[in-house]
Ligand binder design. Structure first.
Ligand code: HEM
Length: 158
């Protein structure tokens, strides 16, 4: 074998080794938090359709309970449809979803309804039951119920 061929071969091997080293990361990238810990509550709940399904179930529990339905006695069918859409939009927006809530603020929406703390607690329990029905995991359930609980002082007015 000629000396130039030997040199050419050695230089090629050396360059290949250098190139391989450069492309091999020194360390594995740090794992970081799992994707579900960083994505919005909206996404973790399953998005718009999941929130709409939970809201429908929640409202049917509310309206199926004569004590709670009594609060809606002056709200006609169109009004109930509006409440349903407003709750979906509100939950979607509050959990980081792409919705814009255009409804009344909570004190205005519930003024004159004389909602007691006990009635609010019943509503929160119905919402919890709806989240259970759709097997929403405990973490997401707690987060959503926490958001709703934070509106209590704006809704209770008795
Ligand atoms: C649990 C938390 C609650 C949330 C997140 C919530 C949310 C809402 C929203 C978004 C609206 C519609 C506002 C609008 O039309 O612009 C609404 C209306 C209404 N809510 Fe609630 N609400 C809650 C609790 C309650 C409770 C505990 C009661 C009764 C016991 C109640 C009774 C009503 C009624 C009757 C309306 C219709 C008012 C009307 O159209 O004149 N809500 N609520």
């Amino acid at each position: 074998m000629k000396a130039t061929t030997v040199w050419f071969t050695l230089v090629t091997i050396a360059l290949t080794i250098t190139a391989c080293r450069r492309t091999t990361p020194a360390k594995e990238a740090p794992a970081g938090p799992p994707a579900e810990a960083t994505s919005s509550l909206y996404k973790r709940l399953g998005g718009y359709d999941a929130i709409a399904a939970v809201t429908d179930d929640f409202l049917s529990r509310m309206l199926g309970d004569p004590k709670m339905a009594a609060y809606f006695e002056n709200v006609d069918e169109k009004g109930k449809q509006r409440v349903r859409q407003m709750i979906v939009d509100q939950l979607c927006a509050a959990t980081g979803g792409p919705c814009v809530y255009v409804g009344a603020d909570m004190p205005t929406a519930h003024k004159d309804l004389h909602i007691s703390e006990a009635a609010f607690t019943v509503a929160a329990q119905y919402l919890a039951q709806s989240l259970d029905k759709f097997t929403v995991p405990q973490k997401e359930k707690d987060e959503l119920l926490g958001i709703v609980a934070s509106t209590k002082n704006d809704i209770v007015n008795k």
